[in-house]
Design a protein around this ligand. Structure first.
Ligand code: AMP
Length: 138
């Protein structure tokens, strides 16, 4: 299923130009037009899915296998030392079509914007929080 108003559906269809790096039956990968670093790739399912919780199970492996392949290619092909792999869901998600960012990283590259201020758990709070999440998972 595609969404005629969706930018990434339009890239997948070839209507909006993009520097495509990977095409599989289920997934398309292209360069982010405003990269954190050169070689920053976005991976999208061909199917119009907005967030990770909505991703059908049959697309989990194709999407994350593609992330694994691109992460390897950024180190072997571009000379990155490592990668940062992430996705925004709803909050800070500027394009409502699920996309995995695969960003090439090198020590000392100065990427700090992705690291939000950290919190501290009070005594017992981490266990209570973990219990709430376990309950939601069960
Ligand atoms: P997010 O903010 O996590 O939703 O990421 C959306 C990403 O899409 C941003 O990093 C944008 O730079 C990128 N982006 C927006 N428009 C395009 C486009 N036409 N081609 C490639 N990347 C895009």
């Amino acid at each position: 299923m595609t969404d005629s108003d969706c930018l990434f559906c339009s890239i997948i269809a070839g209507t909006t130009p993009a520097a495509v790096v990977l095409e599989t039956e289920d997934v398309v990968g292209f360069l982010d037009v405003r990269p954190l670093f050169k070689g920053h790739v976005l991976l999208v399912p061909r199917e119009h899915v907005v967030t990770l919780p909505e991703l059908p199970e049959h697309l989990l492996v194709p999407l994350f296998a593609s992330a694994q392949r691109v992460a390897s290619a950024l180190t072997s092909g571009l000379g990155a030392q490592g990668t940062f792999v992430a996705m925004n869901n709803v909050v800070s998600q500027s394009v409502p079509h699920l996309h995995v960012h695969v960003v090439p990283r090198t020590k000392g590259d100065g990427l700090r914007g992705f690291f939000w201020p950290r919190k501290k758990y009070a005594d017992g709070e981490a266990e209570a929080c973990a219990a709430t999440i376990r309950e939601a998972l069960s």
